[in-house]
Design a protein around this ligand. Structure first.
Ligand code: NAD
Ligand code: TDX
Length: 336
């Protein structure tokens, strides 16, 4: 198999490339624009005879069409991925997430190549918070109606709709997955967990948007990769699979856990300006993926996975340090 991985130099895409090399004998081409979010180092150490990096834009049909035609499958991770950035400037989100996905769909349609589209649970909007007495709290399923809140999630929702239309109208051989919040090594420090870990490493206080009661459903990026590979190999064409590991935690709980793991007082954080339109709660019911394809996550213990992630950022300061000042300056300008 020759597999083209778009966005394979980003946080989750690079994990998937390592996963493919470890668990299959596929040869892999990474197509990545190397935006601010990419990292060549995340691909270091991979065998040169199996992994090639092509630097380019998924919006560029002249590049994409011949490249796609040389592969058996495309796994599409490339995206602008940060909600806060989409509130500052939605334009690159529309370009990459919508026009880029359209460009890839046209290429796989012409070449008859299998396509897997990596998407997010944010396309479903948000859920109410759960009080402790509820015995069967609502979670997202494959049937939940789309109701995205931010320019980022709206652009991902639009890209999902394009994939479904290309399956139905043109017979494109595609599957879709919608995953919950990922954590682990190599995540850009603009994102919640690495931002707080690196704030503590720098002797400052973690920064919670608003009250901190917002809930995210955390999954280790290794588990996301194993699920995507399972869907690529065994998923039914035209189907959507939700990926999640039953990792619901409020932001406040996560911040307290990070502080505890790093030897600081659990209330040593600050509240900052809330995100506009901030989604309240995400929660995934991954029953279809587990029952139909027999997948299950390996990182069942969030605190253990978080402790490993803290250790990774402690040990890899040389990787994140060059981005830290600019990332914090941009948050400070918004009171965050
Ligand atoms: P990321 O921002 O870390 O990486 C995105 C990668 O895409 C970068 O390497 C970037 O250079 C590349 N890219 C951006 N625009 C491009 C373009 N026009 N052409 C080619 N490459 C381009 O993102 P991530 O967190 O690794 O997310 C990867 C995918 O997974 C995205 O589609 C995202 O929507 C989805 N997802 C992310 C999460 C999460 O928690 N981070 C959860 C569910 C789904
Ligand atoms: O400093 C912060 N303080 C804070 O309280 C930051 C950066 C975030 N937050 C909150 C906002 C969210 O409730 O933490 C939560 C997680 O924030 P992000 O890491 O920005 O993730 P989120 O907006 O939930 O989206 C993520 O999961 C779904 C990814 O960035 C998306 O790409 C993915 O689709």
């Amino acid at each position: 198999m020759r597999i083209l991985v778009t966005g394979g130099a980003g946080f989750i895409g690079s994990n998937f490339v390592h996963h493919l090399v470890r668990h299959t004998d596929a040869s892999v081409t990474v197509l990545d624009k190397l935006t601010y979010a990419a990292s060549r180092e995340s691909l270091a150490g991979l065998p040169e005879d199996r992994v090639e990096l092509v630097v380019g834009d998924i919006v560029d049909a002249g590049l994409v069409e011949p490249l796609v035609a040389q592969h058996d499958a495309v796994v599409h991770y490339a995206a602008e991925s940060h909600n806060d950035n989409s509130l500052n400037d939605p334009s690159p989100f529309i370009q990459t997430n919508l026009i880029g996905t359209f460009t890839l769909l046209e290429a796989v349609r012409k070449a008859g190549v299998r396509f897997h589209h990596v998407s997010t649970d944010e396309v479903y909007g948000d859920l109410p918070l759960v009080d402790d007495t509820a015995d069967d709290p609502k979670r997202f399923t494959e049937e939940t109606p789309y109701q995205p809140s931010s320019p980022y999630s709206a652009s991902k929702a639009g890209s999902d709709h394009l994939v479904r239309a290309w399956v139905r109208s043109f017979g494109v051989q595609a599957t879709i997955s919608n995953c919950s919040n990922n954590y682990g090594p190599w995540q850009h420090i603009e994102k919640f967990i690495p931002r707080q870990i690196t704030e503590v490493l720098d002797g400052r206080r973690p920064k919670l948007y608003g009250s901190g009661e917002n809930v995210r459903d955390w999954i280790h990026t290794e588990d996301h990769s194993s699920a995507v590979l399972r869907i690529l190999e065994q998923g039914r064409i035209g189907e959507t699979y939700l990926i999640g590991a039953d990792g619901e935690k409020s932001n406040l709980e996560v911040v307290r856990m990070i502080l505890r793991l790093m030897g600081r007082a659990e209330d040593d954080f600050e509240h900052v300006t809330d995100r506009a339109g901030h989604d309240l709660r995400y929660a995934i019911d991954s029953g279809k993926l587990r029952t139909e394809l027999g997948w299950s996550p390996e990182y069942g213990d969030f605190e253990a996975g978080l402790a490993q992630t803290v250790a990774w950022y402690r040990d890899n300061e040389a990787w994140w340090r060059p981005n830290k000042d600019a990332t914090e300056a941009s948050y400070a300008a918004k009171g965050q």
